[in-house]
Design a protein around this ligand. Structure first.
Ligand code: HEC
Length: 214
């Protein structure tokens, strides 16, 4: 085989490879197109779905909550709240771990909607320590309702209204674990989580501290 034929063959193989490469690449781009992020205005060649971007955001900003357990023994909870818990485990672990809601400082009084405000006022009198350190307890009349709705509004979140309601009601009921006779134990738990964030992610701890979030 003379050298010019070798060159011709090599050139051919080279062209064939390029054609194959662009065909495969084109296909991959097309396959992706369905889920290309609208979040970045769909421009700039973004290949991540809005849901993936939201998950990245959630992971890049850890909370002390994330260092706590991802599970809870709810065998003693009423049946409907056991269902709400199951729903939380399935739905609220899409972007961050279920530890984030399960170890949250948020407390919403477990009474009828129109009595929540009064219940917060009562707690202020009967358990003033719950209002002294918002990194341990954040007690508000509608805080879980607000947060579940906020999560549901995030791009890529697949929680429907009925599921959201069950999760919200579970989280409200679960507040019992943080107040009353359980307050001391809860405080120690939260302090441990905050210390863990402080030693493992000092930058994030500083950030939350500066935002007066811890
Ligand atoms: C689509 C992604 C996504 C889903 C699904 C999601 N979250 Fe989040 N979550 C986030 C992001 C991002 C943050 C960071 C703070 C923010 O953006 O609000 C966050 C933060 C939180 C926090 C920390 C707030 C704080 O200040 O302590 C809690 C609690 C929380 N989520 C609860 C939930 C619950 C309950 C559900 C299920 C109903 C849920 N999340 C589902 C994305 C998600």
């Amino acid at each position: 085989m003379n050298s010019s034929r070798v060159v011709t063959i090599i050139t051919f193989v080279g062209i064939a490879c390029n054609v194959a490469y662009f065909a495969v690449r084109g296909f991959a781009v097309q396959a992706h197109a369905g889920q290309v992020a609208a979040a970045e205005g769909g421009s700039g060649g973004a290949k991540k779905s809005a849901a993936e971007l939201e998950k990245e955001k959630a992971m890049q900003h850890p909370y002390p909550n994330d260092f706590g357990p991802e599970e809870l023994d709810v065998s003693g909870y009423p049946k409907n709240h056991q269902e709400g818990y199951k729903m939380l485990k399935a739905r609220c672990a899409q972007c961050h771990s279920s530890a984030r809601p399960l170890n949250s400082r948020f407390v919403e009084p477990d009474v009828a909607k129109d009595k929540k405000q009064a219940a917060v006022a009562d707690l202020k009198k009967s358990q003033p320590e719950l209002f002294k350190d918002p990194s341990i307890w954040q007690v508000e009349a509608n805080i879980w309702e607000r947060y579940v709705k906020r999560m549901m509004a995030k791009p890529g979140c697949k929680i429907d209204k009925k599921e959201g309601k069950a999760i919200w009601e579970f989280l409200v009921y679960d507040g019992k674990r943080k107040i009353g006779a359980n307050a001391g134990k809860w405080k120690a738990h939260r302090e441990k989580l905050i210390n863990e964030l402080k030693s493992k992610k000092p930058e994030r701890y500083k950030e939350l501290h500066e935002q007066k979030d811890l």
